[in-house]
Design a protein around this ligand. Structure first.
Ligand code: ADE
Ligand code: ZN
Length: 356
């Protein structure tokens, strides 16, 4: 909860989340629970004392030094996620918590290669996550889209194979595709977006949406690379955009939305504190962005904590919050009818606040 008198408005805003890794919702307690269910041996105390208990693991998550130091824990924890039901449970963990934070629409990432490398089929992963998405719409009224990410630190051929498997599985077919978009994540520096041009071109031909992590740790050329080579429609993180004023102008002109993750940037030391995330600069320059939780089980909180952290750092007014939420609705990949519903919820929410 933030200290602001706007907290109740902020809590009730109809939120759209566009930067959320379903695998990043695997909490320490769920790691231990699934390890026990699936008979998976976690690292021993001599290998890594952080695995002594869920509490010790949670405490370890407060001491990441950069993106790679986090990713080592993120990938290792996934060894415990095996069955379709496990994937559904992980998805459900996200949707129930997000719904309580006011999320109405979510476009969520998943990393097939972190599972297929362990012998789990793409079908098992997608069907589990798809079941969670369907249940979320039915039981919580939260609409969603799935975004399949390539792991950029692995050989490009593995991304090519993942793309081929998704095409063969029919996941990009039809009006209501099971997989709505492509993403690119994992270690950024040294793994340039241009490497993945071929799969993104194939996606564009099929009408599949495109986004990519860029400018989290990488310099602004990673952002321009994602725009030019991948024809990305959104940029995930993108905070280093402020280092290149001409590119910033281009992002505004081309109506590219950034999916900013304030608590993640602090935890992975991209910035020292939330006040250093360029929220005010983006607002003043007309850069559209949404606020997101990235990997909530690792970075201290779900979306509302990110909204509150931004409010504590920037003390935004009602009009500024309205702009942020309106841009995050309009930058979503849902249909026009759903956008209209979400915009009406926003109007209603702001009106209720101003009339009290
Ligand atoms: N995978 C999960 N979280 C990520 C992040 N913040 N950056 C890159 N890859 C990720
Ligand atoms: Zn991310």
């Amino acid at each position: 909860m933030c200290k602001s008198e706007l907290h109740s408005l902020i809590a009730s805003l109809p939120k759209c989340e566009h930067h959320l890794h379903l695998e990043g919702c695997l909490s320490p307690s769920l790691v231990f629970q699934l390890a026990s269910k699936n008979n998976i041996t976690l690292p021993s105390a001599s290998e890594d004392p952080a695995y002594a208990s869920p509490e010790a693991l949670a405490a370890r998550y407060n001491h990441f030094t950069d993106l790679n130091s986090f990713l080592a824990y993120y990938y290792r924890a996934l060894d415990v996620v095996i069955t379709q039901d496990d994937f559904e449970m992980l998805g459900w963990e996200y949707f129930t918590t997000a719904a309580a934070d006011g999320v109405k629409h979510a476009e969520v990432f998943f990393d097939p290669q972190s599972h297929t490398a362990r012998g789990i089929s793409l079908d098992t992963v997608v069907k589990g996550f798809e079941a969670a998405c369907k249940r979320a719409e039915k039981e919580l009224g939260v609409t969603s889209k799935l975004i399949m990410c390539f792991l950029r630190h692995l050989p490009v051929q593995e991304s090519r194979d993942t793309m081929a498997a998704a095409v063969a599985g029919g996941y990009f077919e039809g009006e209501e595709r099971v997989i709505e978009g492509l993403g690119l994540d994992s270690s950024e520096v040294g793994f340039r977006p241009e490497l993945f041009e071929e799969m993104y071109a194939q996606a564009e031909k099929m009408g599949v949406r495109r986004t990519a992590h860029a400018g989290e740790e990488g310099d602004p050329t990673y952002i321009s690379g994602a725009l030019d080579a991948l024809r990305a429609e959104r940029i995930d993180h993108g905070i280093r955009l402020v280092e290149d004023p001409a590119l910033l102008e281009r992002v505004v002109k081309e109506d590219i939305m950034l999916t900013v993750c304030p608590l993640s940037n602090v935890c992975l030391r991209a910035v020292e504190n939330v006040a250093q995330v360029p929220i005010r600069k983006f607002l003043e320059a007309g850069v559209k962005f949404s606020l997101n939780s990235d990997d909530p089980a690792y970075f201290g909180g779900y979306i509302l904590k990110n909204y509150c952290a931004v409010q504590d750092a920037f003390n935004l007014n009602v009009e500024e919050w309205k702009v942020i939420v309106q841009n995050s609705i309009e930058g979503s990949w849902c249909g026009e009818q759903r956008k209209k519903e979400l915009l009406a919820m926003l109007e209603d929410c702001v009106q209720k606040h101003t009339s009290t």
